[in-house]
Design a protein around this ligand. Structure first.
Ligand SMILES: [Zn+2]
Length: 168
């Protein structure tokens, strides 16, 4: 952030609450750009064939990740990841289990990660243009962001995938 959103002055570096932050120098204006991390929900979505990794249209070829998305105002994280799984993959989540909280410092995000079992036919949302399904035994995490969630989930000895009851 370069300019103050309250009075349009150019922000300057100032020591505030233990670190240097962009702050407004105008007399009478107390704006500080706190740059707090944004919560993002992440979903390790697993079908009977494996975990779904998707490719975002904006990413370089060959880069795949689990599903992520921003929360809507007033939405719980669990409702958010259920909604994103529907929007991005067209799947119906069954069991949703919390995996953990993971920093994604490069994007200034806090990932709220879940594992979801899901069924249905995959229909990609507008932001995605490809996916692959990786059986759990061949899945590997990576050392930042969503990869930390994948690694933690794999290390947690997840129970075997249970297919949905016939009535679902
Ligand atoms: Zn200002």
């Amino acid at each position: 952030m370069v300019y103050c959103p309250l009075c349009a002055q150019r922000l300057v570096d100032r020591w505030v609450d233990g670190r240097v932050r962009a702050a407004c120098p105008a007399p009478g204006c107390s704006f500080v750009f706190w740059n707090n991390p944004v919560p993002v929900v992440a979903g390790i979505v697993e079908t009977t064939r494996g975990v779904i990794l998707a490719h975002n249209k904006a990413w370089p070829p060959g880069k795949y990740s689990i599903i992520t998305g921003f929360l809507e105002a007033g939405e719980t994280p669990e409702a958010g990841i259920r909604r994103e799984t529907g929007e991005e993959l067209g799947l119906h989540p069954l069991v949703v289990t919390f995996v953990g909280l993971f920093p994604y410092n490069k994007a200034n995000q806090l990932l709220i990660a879940y594992h979801l079992t899901a069924h249905g036919t995959i229909t990609l949302g507008a932001e995605l243009d490809g996916y692959k399904i990786v059986p759990r035994e061949r899945l590997k995490g990576w050392d930042f962001g969503t990869g930390l969630a994948v690694t933690a989930w794999l290390a947690g000895n997840p129970p075997p995938f249970a297919p949905p009851p016939a009535s679902v």
